[in-house]
Write a protein of this length. Structure first.
Ligand SMILES: [Zn+2]
Ligand SMILES: [Zn+2]
Length: 197
């Protein structure tokens, strides 16, 4: 079953809950991650609280479309699987534009209805609230099965969460009108993000 994540409204930028936008939480002394393609700072997209830890996906917003932002391995995005305890706000790098570092609004992502399967781009709202993503279940591939292999143990990673672009065109994530897929390897503490449209 897939559990939808619905817009729970505004929440504090550093709230330790599932949310889109705000500031990333990480271990003390964590540095803001950089795009491996353009070397600029990545944009923090969301944090999703999972059983395996806290999923934190980032994506490059410095050069839209030019850093292979869709790829699970090219370096234009990054997904971290962090331990749930001891996380603190990660300081922003000096001189970076706020719109490059984060989305324009913070929204709580609240688990709601569980459905047999769901195609995120086709469900804009449920229970009167915008759909921000999904937890668990099977990925609804918009193109082909692109399950990534864990970079540490080389085994196929498990699907953990989907991300929708969000309801607000000003603050939307850019997945080419598609959706993002986050996979994790809990044993290795690794995560991967890719998107299809
Ligand atoms: Zn980049
Ligand atoms: Zn692994």
């Amino acid at each position: 079953m897939t559990t939808l994540l619905l817009d729970g409204g505004p929440v504090a930028p550093d709230a330790p809950v599932s949310r889109t936008g705000g500031v990333p939480l990480g271990p003390a002394a964590m540095l803001w991650p950089e795009c491996r393609a353009c070397a600029g700072p990545l944009q923090f997209l969301a944090q999703i609280v999972l059983d395996a830890g806290v999923l934190a996906p980032f994506m490059c917003a410095n050069r839209p479309g030019e850093c292979e932002q869709w790829s699970p391995s090219a370096g234009g995005n990054l997904a971290l699987l962090l331990p749930a305890e001891g996380l603190v706000p990660v300081p922003a790098p000096r001189g970076a534009a706020p719109e490059v570092l984060g989305l324009g609004a913070v929204r709580a992502a609240v688990p709601a209805a569980a459905l047999p399967s769901v195609s995120l781009p086709s469900v804009a709202a449920s229970e009167g609230r915008a759909v921000l993503g999904s937890l668990g279940g099977e990925p609804d591939w918009l193109q082909y099965d692109e399950t990534p292999d864990c970079p540490a143990c080389a085994r196929p990673m498990g699907f953990a969460a989907g991300l929708a672009e969000g309801p607000d065109p000003v603050t939307a994530m850019n997945f080419g009108s598609g959706q993002a897929y986050a996979h994790v390897c809990g044993g290795c503490g690794r995560a991967a993000l890719l998107w299809q449209c």
